[in-house]
Design a binder for this molecule. Structure first.
Ligand code: FES
Ligand code: FES
Length: 149
């Protein structure tokens, strides 16, 4: 049994300690905004925040996040007010199919919390999420729009 804090709420998950957090979020808790892409920490579709830091939840055992603050895309907005990254995504029409975008948004939100005005090189280093639709340029534009606001 794992006691988890997700988006400010407490949950008890009756799962094996080695279960990847992604599956607990999606299958046990029912928070399906976090997506499965590769399962091997390569694509970033499953990105969530653990104590504010972007992590790939497909490769984090649930036992490693007990007692930590887990934030998923469902918890990024604050009382109905979109996070600044979500607002910029709307303004700049970033998503195409959308599948990668919850992970992309979580990765960018973590980057901006640590580096409010990232350079292109810092963006390239931090945002390694894969987008099959090729939204990389819109992602970059939206990040710079937030940084310059
Ligand atoms: S599903 Fe986790 S990085 Fe691809
Ligand atoms: S928007 Fe389609 S995979 Fe990124």
């Amino acid at each position: 049994m794992a006691a988890l804090n997700i988006n400010g709420k407490s949950y008890q998950a009756d799962v094996d300690a080695r279960t990847p957090l992604l599956w607990v979020l999606r299958d046990t808790i029912g928070l399906t905004g976090t997506k499965y892409g590769c399962g091997i920490a390569q694509c970033g579709a499953c990105t969530v925040h653990i104590d504010g830091v972007a992590m790939r939840s497909c490769s984090v055992p649930v036992s490693a996040v007990v007692g930590k603050q887990i934030t998923t895309i469902e918890g990024l907005a604050n009382n109905g007010t979109l996070h600044k990254v979500q607002q910029a995504w709307v303004e700049h029409d970033v998503p195409q199919c959308g599948y990668c975008q919850s992970g992309m948004i979580m990765a960018v939100a973590s980057l901006l919390a640590q580096k409010p005005k990232p350079t292109d090189a810092e963006i390239d280093q931090a945002i390694t999420n894969i987008c099959r639709c090729g939204t990389y340029q819109q992602v970059r534009t939206a990040i710079h729009s937030i940084a310059s606001a």
